[in-house]
Design a binder for this molecule. Structure first.
Ligand SMILES: O=C(O)CCC(=O)C(=O)O
Length: 280
């Protein structure tokens, strides 16, 4: 069957340029495609450092595989380091990310600070959304954005994320398999022909901002090394959702100075892969 013409790939914007040269176009691309990639963030060094720390925790993830698994084998929920050495304030308060997210979602609140690590030999996840629409028939403006920050070079070899551009606009309760946020197979087949999915290659420190309704999935990591990534949720201030941001007390001042509200719980013990609330 011939593949119908479709819009170009997920667009990428170099945010080291002045904001007035990219912000409007990035906002429009986010609204139309449901995802945009931000490059030139200046986060590369800190991202690599945190990536190293998270890679050192991989044996813990393997030991607690079933408790930490998200959807399928090898896709691990992985809480990032929550203290000063985790560069938390830099990741939660990046000005370009906040400008873009704040345009789509006035006054957002960070309600989740987590990570995903894809282990070598992972099975692809089912295509899913991260959040259900606010009401059954959907068709409403964005209410929550997911922010993925790459910590290592991420490509087809080590499980780059797959996204289905434009599908945030299709969100309704009829899209998912019963009792889940996994997209119905017949709809995937249909969509594949009108606008196929894409893999998003990312360099350390690059940021993928996506509408939580966008169809996406973690893929197979065929390299011999795990692939960590950060995953934040920024929600409209009026949304009622249980926050999950666990941070160490030493970063409290820096986080509270950020120009974004962070729904954090601060604790007096180290925060990492197996912190409170995670598998033991
Ligand atoms: O880590 C990834 O590449 C995507 C993971 C994901 O979508 C999930 O676990 O919900």
């Amino acid at each position: 069957m011939a593949v119908a013409p479709h819009a170009p790939s997920v667009r990428s914007f170099d945010v080291s340029a002045p904001q007035d040269t990219w912000l409007d176009a990035a906002g429009q691309a986010l609204a139309a495609d449901g995802a945009v990639l931000l490059t030139g963030t200046g986060l590369a060094g800190r991202a690599r450092e945190v990536g190293e720390r998270m890679l050192a925790e991989v044996p813990l993830l393997v030991a607690h595989h079933d408790a930490l698994m998200a959807y399928d084998d090898g896709h691990m929920r992985h809480r990032p380091p929550g203290g000063g050495e985790g560069h938390v304030a830099a990741f939660l308060g990046h000005p370009a990310v906040l400008a873009l997210c704040g345009g789509a979602l006035p006054g957002p609140r960070v309600i989740s600070y987590h990570g995903h690590t894809v282990l070598p030999g992972s099975s692809p996840q089912p295509v899913h959304a991260d959040w259900e629409p606010l009401w059954p028939q959907g068709g409403h403006p964005p209410f929550m954005l997911a922010v993925n920050i790459a910590l290592v070079d991420t490509g087809e070899h080590n499980g780059s994320i797959e996204v289905w551009p434009g599908t945030h606009q299709l969100a309704s309760q009829d899209v998912y398999r019963p009792g889940s946020l996994c997209v119905r197979e017949d709809l995937l087949e249909e969509r594949r022909h009108s606008r196929p999915p894409e893999r998003v290659a990312m360099r350390p420190g690059e940021v993928l901002v996506r509408d939580v309704r966008l169809w996406h999935r973690g893929t197979r990591n065929t390299s011999g090394t795990a692939r960590p990534m950060l995953w934040l949720l920024l929600a409209a201030p009026w949304l009622r959702a249980e926050p999950s941001v666990l941070l160490e007390a030493d970063v409290r001042d820096a986080v509270e100075e950020l120009p974004v509200e962070v729904a954090a719980e601060y604790v007096g013990h180290p925060v990492g892969a197996l912190s409170e609330g995670e598998a033991r």
